[in-house]
Each structure stands twice: as structure tokens, then as C-alpha cells.
Design a protein around this ligand. Sequence first.
Ligand code: OXD
Length: 307
Amino acid sequence: MLLVYAGDESVTWRALFASQAPDIACVAWPDAVDPAAVTWIACWNPPEGLFAGFPNLRAVFALGAGVDRLVARTDLAAHVELVRLVDAGMAAQMIEYAQLGVLLWQRRCLDYRAQQLQAVWRKLPPIARGETRVGVLGLGAMGGAVAAALAQAGYRVWGWSRRARQIDGVRCLHEASGLTELLGETDVLVNILPSTMATRGLLDRSHLAQLPAGALVVNAARGDQLDAAALLDLLDSGHLGGALLDVFATEPLPTDSPLWLHPRIVITPHVAASTLSGPAVAQVVDNLRRAHSGGPMSGVVDRSTGY
Ligand code: OXD
């Protein structure tokens, strides 16, 4: 039996599962249910301890792409598989968000906004796509799609990932030396890395300072990967040109955060790539069917690496 936990929306999600897969028994938290009958849980932001109540749990499906809050949970036994969404309609949204960051830089939107606030009408030299260097951190289902789309659109794209990758038109790098090389040549840095032990705090002062003068940082992954104080210092000193931020160490971003009113920062409330319920349910159902027939599921997380 599948149990769905999505806070106040648990019942809505259960109805979606019921309509896409009426043959799969499904309940919504907190329906009364025999805990021993629950073998699968599909969830978003489940409360601590939830998993411990189900002795026959076989897998937990995250209704999102990032599983950083789930991998370290002590109520998730080691034998229970953790499965994340792979793309499920989020890559296309992430491409749009990365394009937004690239255009903020390439079309000099933050410079023009500064001029606008002073009623200044001055044309700045245009920047061509081919002169715009984009560095994409993370080349998985979303990062890889972003890098490929930007390369196809005519930008100069570098990509960095833990493992070596190959993507048409993208200069793919890995390891620490690859990151240094990428940062030194990047006008727009797009972070789409999963948040893991290896990537938390990665965008620290020393790495941000390696970006060329005027560069723009897009963070669409997790707030714990970016040192916001260092970002602010580097923006205020004029070294960095701007930032497009979707994720924060504390969400919602506290109202007194200096990030809110900074003239060179654009903020969105964790909407870069939202879970789309239709494709998400379809992916979980597909995995359940594979599991029932003994096949491998897609999106199974390696809990030692965290993604
Ligand atoms: C996700 C997210 O992990 O929306 O899917 O952040």
C-alpha cells in the first residue's frame, strides 16, 4: 500500500494517484491505516519520525528532485530505498530559470535598472551570446539539460560535475581543478548541484572571488551551498555584478535579510523548478510498477553520495 504525505495537500495527491493508478491501493496521511500494510511512501517535507511508524516500508519516493533533507534522516532505515524525481517536467523550468539569469547578465538588466532608478537614458555596449560564458555546476538530469540548451542557443557553456560527463557543445569538467578552470572563465554561474556533504558551502568566498569581475551568480539548487555574506561583500565591492537567487539557507527568507533590498540581487521564492503533480505521480507510478515486476526503479538515491 502507498501512503501519501504532502502536508495539507495529502488528500489532493492521493486523488491524483487514484486517478492515474486506480489499481494501486493508496491512502493519504493521516488516514487510519494498518502501519504494517504500508510498503511505499510518497512525500514532500515529511515530519521527523514519520517513517519509523511503518515496519514494512520498502521505499520512500520524494515528490521533488532534491533529497538533501531525507538522506540523513534517522527514521529512514538503511534497507529502505530512497527515490527522487528525475526531471519530471522540472528540467524545462530550470532551463527557463537559467535563461533568465543569463539574460539578466547578457542584456545588462541590472545595469539598466540602476540607470532607471536615476532616470538615466544611456545605451551600454551590447553583448553577443557567443561572448557570454556560462558555467553550469551540476550536469545531472536538470543541469545537463540546462547546459545543453544554452549551448544549443549559442552561448559558450562550461559544465562541472563530480563525475566526468559528455554533452554536445559543452566543455565538461570535473574535479577541483576543473572547478577552478570554470570559475575563472564564467560570466554567469548557474548552480544546480544537489546539496550533499561535498557541495554544502561550495560557493564560498574563495570560489566566488575566482569569478571574473562583473559575473552574475544564479543559485537554483540549495541555499546551504552559497555563502550569502561573501556574496554580499563581493557585490558591494563591485567584484560581482549581480545574483539571481531562488533558494536560501533559511526559507522563507527572513524579512530582515540584507539580500531582499540589494539593488544587484533578484529574488524568487524557491520556484525555479516546481514539482508538477501530473508527471511526478506518473513517475512514482511507473516506479511502483517496475518494483512490482521485480525491475529496477529510476531515480534511486545512492545514500552514500546523497543524490
Ligand atoms: C526540489 C525542489 O528538490 O523543488 O524538487 O527544490
